[in-house]
Design a protein. Structure first.
Length: 92
């Protein structure tokens, strides 16, 4: 089977064109991926800092609630001492 040089040249030209286009697309996707990755990294840092601040705030709130619980127990004991013992049924 005989293939003309024009057909061979056309196949080579199409192959070169496809490689060029795919290389350009790959470069464009690579650049966009890097840009998106850098934006996501910056967003992750901001979210991480915000969660750290929230964790600190929750820790402070937990400490305050623990102190209030302790003070509430002390108040209950003081009220019980003021009221005295509960009246009991008297035996006849």
């Amino acid at each position: 089977m005989f293939v003309s040089p024009d057909v061979i040249g056309m196949v080579i030209a199409l192959f070169a064109f496809a490689v060029t286009v795919l290389g350009g697309v790959a470069g464009m996707l690579s650049r966009q991926t890097k840009a998106v990755d850098s934006r996501l990294d910056a967003f992750e840092v901001r979210v991480s800092q915000r969660f750290d601040r929230l964790d600190d705030r929750f820790d402070r709130l937990d400490d305050r609630v623990t102190r209030v619980e302790g003070e509430l127990v002390e108040v209950k004991v003081a009220i019980a001492r003021i009221e005295g013992p509960r009246p009991r049924l008297q035996q006849l």
